[in-house]
Structure formats: C-alpha cells, structure tokens
Write a protein that binds this ligand. Structure first.
Ligand SMILES: NC(=O)c1ccc[n+]([C@@H]2O[C@H](COP(=O)([O-])OP(=O)(O)OC[C@H]3O[C@@H](n4cnc5c(N)ncnc54)[C@H](OP(=O)(O)O)[C@@H]3O)[C@@H](O)[C@H]2O)c1
Length: 231
C-alpha cells in the first residue's frame, strides 16, 4: 500500500519504520518540511514529503501530530483526495500536559469527532492507545499466546477493514471497537489505554469503560502545563 504519514515523531516514526519493513511505500511529513527529515528517512526508509503530499500518498493517510496542532494543518489538506482514501487518527487530547483547552472537546465532542471536524474528513481511530515503544517492540505472529490487541473504531466499513488489516500486519490482534461514536472507550484515561492487553483484555476493558471525562483529562484555565508538572 501507499501510506502517507503526517507527523514524524514517536508514533509517526515508528509506524513509518514498521510499514516500510512490511513492504509498504511510506511518505512522511512534519511541520518543518522534508529537508528536516533526513534522520527519519535514514531510520525508516520512508520518503520525506510535505503534509499536502502525504495526504496524496495513495491509499492511507495517518495523522499523528499533537492534538492542539491539528488546526494548523492546511485547510485544503484533503482537497481533491478521493473519498476512498482512509484517514487514520492516532491522536489523544492531553489538556493539562500538552494541548491546552480545546473548547470543542470540552464542549462534548469526542476527540476523533473533533479531529474529523478540523480535517473535514471522516477518520478511523487506531494506534492511539499503545505507547510508541510497545508499538515498535510488541508485535508478534498471529496465534501467539497473549498477543497484544488494539481497538479500531470508525464508521466507514472499508476504511476500518483496511486499518484492521494494517494492525494485524504490524503484529497485533485487531479488534473492531465499533463506530466512531464508541471511540470514547479507547480515549486517554479508559481501562484500555496503554495497557497492552490481549484480545480478551481489550474486549473486557472496552466494555468496562466510563464515558465520564475525569478531571485529569479536562482542561483548566492554566492549561497547558508539562508532562512533569501538569496544569
Ligand atoms: N508517543 C506515544 O507513545 C503515543 C502513543 C499513542 C498515541 N499518541 C498520540 O499520537 C499523536 C502523535 O504523538 P507523538 O508522540 O508521535 O508526537 P511527537 O513525537 O511529539 O511528534 C509530533 C510530530 O507531529 C509533527 N507536526 C506537528 N504539527 C504539524 C503540522 N502542523 N504539520 C505536520 N506535522 C506536524 C511534528 O513535526 P515538527 O517536529 O516538525 O513540528 C512531529 O514530527 C499525539 O496525539 C499523541 O497523543 C502518542
């Protein structure tokens, strides 16, 4: 597949390396431009491009940047990109440590619904609940006892099927976690968040999740603080 990745940090860099290892053609972008991506290219085998070009990579576009920076993306990012191109959102909202208050989310939008609104495109939510280190190291062949499982939520059947397939290729049991309206079950602070559960554990954790956004995951007037000293 031809995969564009917007965001070349911990998750973007990890996915780029793993996808190229699997034989996919990967095009990766950051905010500073392709000339700043020499290290990432050397480590991953991906091709450095602009965000606009990554959105036109072909089959799949992974958006994996800090939540607060989503509105910085070009307004015409997906202009003319065919509807069947799958957009995967790995994002999480860290109001106290990184992103500051995002009023749309504070007002009740699910994190990925807010991302959709910003991008003007439907998204599939995946890879948001696993640490980059686990994503890099914990993949294993299908059938391995305790194989780590990852939830995938989204409304487009074909797009979700593609994301589920990529999850499996990366070495994880892919769990259909329902439509995007169910994606609060895998947001930060839920039982499935960054626990590296197997398939049974993921199903149980998704079922036990609470819709309530707790104080830790709610913005304050002082947001953002830092990961070491949250606001
Ligand atoms: N780290 C994890 O373990 C983890 C796990 C699961 C989910 N997530 C979530 O996934 C998202 C990405 O996390 P991360 O840890 O990979 O972030 P990161 O390491 O901080 O990297 C962010 C990347 O996004 C790029 N970026 C920022 N604004 C951009 C823009 N306007 N256009 C193009 N590229 C832009 C940055 O490029 P520049 O450096 O050039 O600005 C950087 O390459 C976040 O929402 C995070 O919460 C992270």
């Amino acid at each position: 597949m031809k995969i564009g990745i917007i965001g070349a940090g911990q998750i973007g860099g990890t996915l780029a390396r793993r996808f190229t290892e699997l034989g996919h053609q990967v095009f990766i972008a950051n905010s500073r431009g392709p000339q700043s991506l020499a290290d990432v290219v050397a480590k991953t085998g991906a091709t450095a491009v602009t965000a606009h070009e990554a959105a036109r990579a072909g089959d799949v576009v992974v958006v994996t940047i800090q939540q607060a920076r989503i509105p910085e993306l070009p307004k015409d990012l997906f202009a003319g990109v065919p509807d069947n191109v799958v957009v995967i959102d790995t994002g999480n909202y860290y109001p106290r440590e990184r992103d500051g208050r995002i009023e749309g989310i504070e007002g009740g939008l699910l994190e990925s619904r807010w991302v959709e609104q910003q991008l003007g495109r439907p998204v599939i939510k995946a890879f948001n609940n696993i640490y980059a280190k686990s994503l890099a190291e914990k993949g294993s062949p299908a059938g391995t006892l305790g194989r780590v499982a990852l939830p995938v939520a989204g409304d487009q059947a074909a797009g979700k099927a593609t994301a589920l397939k990529l999850v499996e290729q990366l070495g994880f049991d892919a769990i259909d976690a329902g439509g995007l309206d169910e994606s609060w079950r895998q947001q930060p602070g839920t039982p499935v968040y960054c626990k590296d559960y197997d398939a049974n554990g993921v199903h149980k954790a998704l079922a036990e999740a609470s819709r309530q956004r707790t104080a830790q995951w709610t913005g304050t007037e002082k947001s953002p603080g830092t990961f070491a000293a949250p606001a």
